[in-house]
Write a protein that binds this ligand. Structure first.
Ligand code: HEC
Length: 243
């Protein structure tokens, strides 16, 4: 019985390893930094859909290649925009002033965004899924999580177009939920995965050491569990003759 209980206790420790983060209205992204395929796909999506406006000035392409197990030659061929070299940092081609002129606001550097927002990757994930058409906005888009945002829904071709369903009247009126008005190239599950991969990638970028820490964490707990077990056996051995 005691043995069983100890075993149950050890098992109970394991889920505590996963990151437990989700704020009130945020959707759970389910990012997994040990999933290299997800991070690679996120990097590809980011370079395609985001790097036109956003920099990741704290990260070098070469670091990306190393951490995400990508062939540097392929990074140069497919991920690098413009004529940057693999040793350079990931910076957008748009000068801040131009971004401001186009969108009313410069697109901020996203190196630390997944740490800056409460909810981390879940915030980014929810944000990417919360765009809807709004003809009253200069850019034609709005965002349920980030009202009156000046970023367009750059993933609309993948996601499709969402329309708001309002609740309440007059000044009480607010967006209750979003409805898919016309489908995109991806279905709901596929788009969730794309949003999750981008969020995971930005979570990694905000703390590149996190990749190694996650995998070390598992070993630390296994190590502790193993020695708890040894200590238990030792205790049995010591107390055997006492009774
Ligand atoms: C066409 C330019 C453009 C593209 C492409 C773009 N963004 Fe943005 N983004 C912006 C602008 C401008 C803002 C500032 C919005 C504001 O503050 O109102 C912004 C804001 C953000 C924010 C919030 C930043 C903060 O500090 O609150 C996140 C997160 C973000 N973008 C992620 C992305 C991701 C991920 C992609 C790719 C899927 C992307 N963006 C593509 C222009 C862009």
């Amino acid at each position: 019985m005691t043995k069983l209980r100890i075993f149950a206790l050890l098992l109970a420790l394991v889920p505590a390893l996963g990151s437990a983060s989700s704020g009130g209205d945020l959707q759970v992204s389910g990012t997994d930094l040990s999933d290299k395929a997800s991070l690679q796909s996120g990097a590809g999506l980011f370079m395609n859909y985001c790097s036109g406006c956003h920099s990741l000035a704290m990260v070098r392409y070469s670091r990306l290649a190393e951490d995400l197990d990508l062939d540097p030659a392929l990074v140069e061929q497919y991920l690098i925009r413009g004529d940057a070299k693999i040793g350079e940092n990931i910076v957008t081609g748009i000068p801040a002033a131009q971004g401001e002129a186009w969108f009313g606001k410069a697109a901020p550097d996203l190196s630390l965004i997944a740490r800056a927002k409460a909810g981390g990757a879940d915030w980014v994930y929810t944000y990417l899924k919360s765009f809807y058409v709004d003809e009253s906005r200069p850019i034609g888009w709005n965002n349920k999580l980030f009202p009156n945002v000046s970023m367009p829904n750059v993933l609309w071709e993948l996601q499709g177009i969402q329309r708001p369903v309002y609740e309440g009247h007059g000044s009480e009126q607010h967006v209750a939920r979003l409805e898919l008005a016309s489908p995109g190239r991806l279905d709901g599950r596929e788009f969730d995965k794309a949003a999750r991969d981008i969020s995971a990638f930005l979570e990694y970028v905000a703390e590149p050491a996190g990749i190694k820490r996650t995998s070390t964490g598992v070993w630390v707990v296994l190590f502790l569990a193993f020695f708890t077990f040894l200590a238990y056996l030792l205790k049995l051995e010591y107390w055997r003759d006492v009774h």
